[in-house]
Structure formats: structure tokens, C-alpha cells
Design a protein around this ligand. Structure first.
Ligand SMILES: O=C1O[C@H](COP(=O)(O)O)[C@@H](O)[C@H](O)[C@H]1O
Length: 458
């Protein structure tokens, strides 16, 4: 598990030209977060706000990637009114979203309105609902939501945490109540900061010119301490700001370019990977497998943390996938939202799992580079070489790839590093590669080396 005392990650500010684009990308972000969570643990826990937020969720309507029956929905805060009252956050979410999608009613956790006259009972009951969902699962002291969506009022409040209110310092309770909200209605219940700040991901959505000064304070002068500025997810949790141009116009805080938003999805996967210790981090390569024609695993290098059960399942499924491919079929296939790149050499299949946005051609070349180096090292490498010298096969791979990223693309450097001298290389000319040169000068004119190098280091 990640170090507990690590400082929080810096917020990621993503700006959008208008709310339509924001709505679309927010839906994509949520869909990816959901998929990642469901893949890991079969459910997706999300907490929603009221105010303008429910309307920002309409990109989820009709979205075929959403698995509504796996969602468990909570409310970040709720006004103490009947559920059909115009002030109810639940009602706003039902009207904007839940009435238009096939989510099971029991997956939406609204307040228990039998306690509308007793705020303490009401917030306790909601806290108990959270305990049922999270205790002994993925929470110890506080629940760990997969995603919390927040809004921010023009006064800087978020959830029902208002400027200068004593609830800003609440450290123990998960759910608290407030009787004197400056924004009507006065009676509300709200998640406390410890709950918000333990989420894997927190996304603020702020739109419109009315939020421009508040946003500037929160992002450029967080020490002013507005309630929204106090949202700082505990590492490795990540805070995102999804903001339109109108709200962001005065902000100096660095924006993350709109076009690289996929990077955030990766970051997000990494966050959850660390939180749940089950892997799928933001590395390019998740694992490399070498599988014999008989389906025997000859080498397995994992660049992500997975349980042995999950690994065994992956090996079994990927082996089937790779071996069932005919010679002329494409070398890329989809597997659990990622990509499998494989290449067959005689009796061995080399398989890499990479992210859906990674370049499969480069990975194909990387596999080839690995085989070339093995060839050079062993002299026409065969399965037996790898069985009897598996440590060497691992060390060569370790020189090429570290922590799931390519770290060296030069054959000569890798061979030097594993103690294969130029003299030995001369004895073992390339046999699997397209070039068969008897000297070591091939690095100079090597397109593959350059392509790999450019893709990763340029
Ligand atoms: O009262 C509330 O206000 C905040 C912010 O609302 P917005 O209309 O400015 O987006 C909201 O996030 C919260 O859930 C709600 O109860």
C-alpha cells in the first residue's frame, strides 16, 4: 500500500470550451472509472451532489458503457426535505438522470425520510447506510468511494460545508448535520471532509462566470481556506476540476491540455490500483508472457500488482486467446479494455498487455527487439534456452522494460548490460531479425531503435 504520509496529489484542472463538451467528457471519465472499479471488485461506489451537478450527468443517459446494476449511489449532501420536494438533491438527480436510465432503485441510497424531524437520527441512519456498504470491504476508518462528484457554490461551499462553519473541522463523523445553512434550506446532512478526502477520485464540476472569482481563490490562493479548497484527497487519491472557460477565465493555475485528457483516465486507474492493491496502473505494459505452443508458461513478468488468482486467470485466458489465433490473423486483440499485442516465433508466443491508448506497433517492435537480443545472446534462441536460462531471459527483459515502460531500446546496450560481449555477439549473428549483420555497427542505422526511442524518449 502507498505511504500513508505522502502529501496529496496536486489538483488536475481540465478546462472545456463549453458545457456540452464538458458533459460528454465527464461521462467518459465516469464510465472509465466505473469500468475500472467493476473489473476489480464488481461494483462502483459513487457519491453525487445537488445544485447544478445533476444536469452535468446527462452524458450518461443512453451510454452503453454504463453498467447501472453495479452502481451504488450515495449523496454527498442532502437537504432535509421530503424526497419529492423541489429542494431535494435526490429529486434533482432522479429528474436529471435516474428516471432516464435502468438503475435498480435499491442501488440509490436516499435519506430515510422517517427521520426528517430528527437530524441526528437522520445523519446517523445515513452513516449506517455507508457503513453497510463500506465497512470491512474497502474502508477501515473511512469509506473509500470510487468517485465523488462535487459542486462549488459562488461562496466557495461544497457539499453542505459552508465558509466559517464548525463542520469544516469535523474529523471523526462520516455524516454530519447542519441546522443553519446560509443557503436555503437551512437543514441538511453532509459528508464530512474525511469521507470526501478518502475517495479514490474526487471531481469538482464548476461552470459559469458566477464562479470565476471563487475558482481563482480555490486554485490560485488555496490558503484562503474556502471550503472547496479544503478538498485534498489523501494520497494516492486524485482531485480533478472539470471547468468551463467561463469559470476558468481568471485562473492562473496550470491547466492540463484538453487533448491529453486520456492521461487522466490513466492516472485515475493508477490511483485505484494503489488503493485496492490490485493493479492496472498507468504503466504502458501491464505484463509480458511467453507461452509455448503447448500452452506452457515459460516466462511471466508483471508490471502491476495483481493477486495470484487474478494472474492465473489472466494467464489462462490470454493463453487461450493467443494460441487460438491463426497465423494470418492480426497481432492485436482486445482484452478487458486493454490491448494484447502478441507475436509468434517458432514454438513461442510473446504476449504483452498494454493500455488501450498505447501504440501497439511500437510494442510489436519491442517484442521483436527482445527476440533479437535473445537470439544474439543465445545464438538462435529456442524454447530450451529459455527453460534452462530463464534468469537471463528475465534480466534481458529487465534491461529493456522497467516498471512497465521501455527504458532501453538499443540492442548493444542491453547486451552489454547482461554481459554479452561484442565477441560473443559476432558468434551469434541475428537470426530472427530482419537484418543479419556480422558487426555491431547496426545501431547506427537502426530504424526500429529510433522508432522505439522516439516514441518513448523524444
Ligand atoms: O447547496 C448546494 O450547493 C452546492 C453547489 O451548488 P451549485 O448549484 O453551485 O452547483 C452543491 O454541490 C450541493 O450539493 C448543494 O446541496
Amino acid at each position: 500500500m502507498a505511504a500513508i504520509h505522502h502529501p496529496p496529489n496536486a489538483p488536475v484542472l481540465i478546462t472545456f470550451p463549453d458545457t456540452d463538451v464538458l458533459v460528454r467528457d465527464l461521462a467518459t471519465f465516469i464510465a472509465k472509472a466505473q469500468r475500472d472499479s467493476i473489473d476489480r471488485k464488481g461494483r462502483f461506489t459513487i457519491a453525487l451532489s445537488g445544485g447544478t451537478l445533476p444536469d452535468m450527468l446527462k452524458g450518461l443517459i443512453g451510454n452503453r458503457h454504463i453498467k447501472w446494476n453495479h452502481w451504488q449511489v450515495y449523496y454527498v449532501d442532502e437537504r432535509v426535505v421530503p424526497l419529492d420536494h423541489p429542494d431535494s438533491n435526490h429529486r434533482a438527480c432522479v429528474e436529471a438522470l435516474f428516471s432516464k436510465v435502468p438503475i435498480p432503485q435499491e442501488n440509490i441510497h436516499a435519506i430515510d425520510t422517517t427521520y426528517l424531524n430528527d437530524l441526528e437520527e437522520l445523519s446517523d441512519a445515513y452513516e449506517k447506510d455507508l457503513i453497510r456498504e463500506f465497512a470491512q470491504k474497502d474502508a477501515a476508518r473511512f469509506p473509500v468511494f470510487d468517485l465523488i462528484l462535487l459542486g462549488m457554490g459562488p461562496d466557495g461551499h461544497t457539499a453542505s460545508l459552508f465558509p466559517g462553519h464548525e463542520l469544516l473541522t469535523e474529523e471523526d463523523r462520516w455524516v454530519a448535520y447542519i441546522e443553519d445553512s446560509p443557503k436555503p434550506p437551512p437543514q441538511r446532512i453532509t459528508f464530512t471532509y474525511p469521507v470526501i478526502n478518502h475517495a479514490a477520485r474526487v471531481v469538482f464540476v464548476a461552470t459559469g462566470a458566477g464562479k470565476v472569482d471563487t475558482l481563482q481563490s480555490v486554485l490560485d490562493r488555496p490558503a484562503e481556506g474556502l471550503p472547496a479548497a479544503r478538498v485534498k484527497p489523501v494520497f494516492p487519491g486524485q482531485l480533478y476540476w472539470f471547468v468551463d472557460e467561463a469559470a476558468a477565465s481568471k485562473v492562473a493555475y496550470p491547466r492540463t491540455p484538453f487533448k491529453s485528457r486520456n492521461a487522466h483516465v490513466r492516472e485515475c486507474q493508477q490511483v485505484v490500483a494503489v488503493l485496492y492493491e490490485t493493479g492496472d496502473p498507468a504503466t504502458m505494459i501491464n505484463y509480458v508472457l511467453l507461452i509455448s505452443r503447448q500452452g506452457k508458461l515459460r516466462l511471466a513478468k508483471w508490471y502491476t500488482t495483481l493477486t495470484s488468482k487474478v494472474k492465473a486467470k489472466i494467464v489462462q485466458e490470454v493463453t487461450q486467446l493467443a494460441l487460438n489465433r491463426r497465423q494470418r490473423m492480426c497481432n492485436f486483440l482486445e482484452y478487458k479494455g486493454r490491448k494484447i499485442v502478441y507475436r509468434r516465433y517458432a514454438s513461442l508466443s510473446f504476449v504483452c498487455d498494454i493500455g488501450e491508448h498505447d501504440n501497439e506497433l511500437i510494442v510489436l517492435e519491442l517484442i521483436h527487439r527482445y527476440v533479437e537480443i535473445l537470439d544474439r545472446y543465445f545464438g538462435n534462441v529456442c524454447e530450451m534456452d529459455l527453460i534452462f536460462n530463464f534468469q537471463k531471459a528475465y534480466s534481458i527483459l529487465d534491461e529493456l522494460v522497467m516498471a512497465g515502460e521501455v527504458q532501453e531500446s538499443s540492442r548493444a546496450k542491453v547486451l552489454d548490460a547482461v554481459g554479452c560481449t561484442p565477441a560473443v555477439r559476432l558468434l551469434n549473428p541475428l537470426t530472427s531479425g530482419s537484418q543479419t549483420k556480422a558487426s555491431d555497427d547496426w545501431e547506427e542505422n537502426d530504424d526500429i531503435t529510433r522508432a522505439i526511442h522516439d516514441a518513448y524518449f523524444a
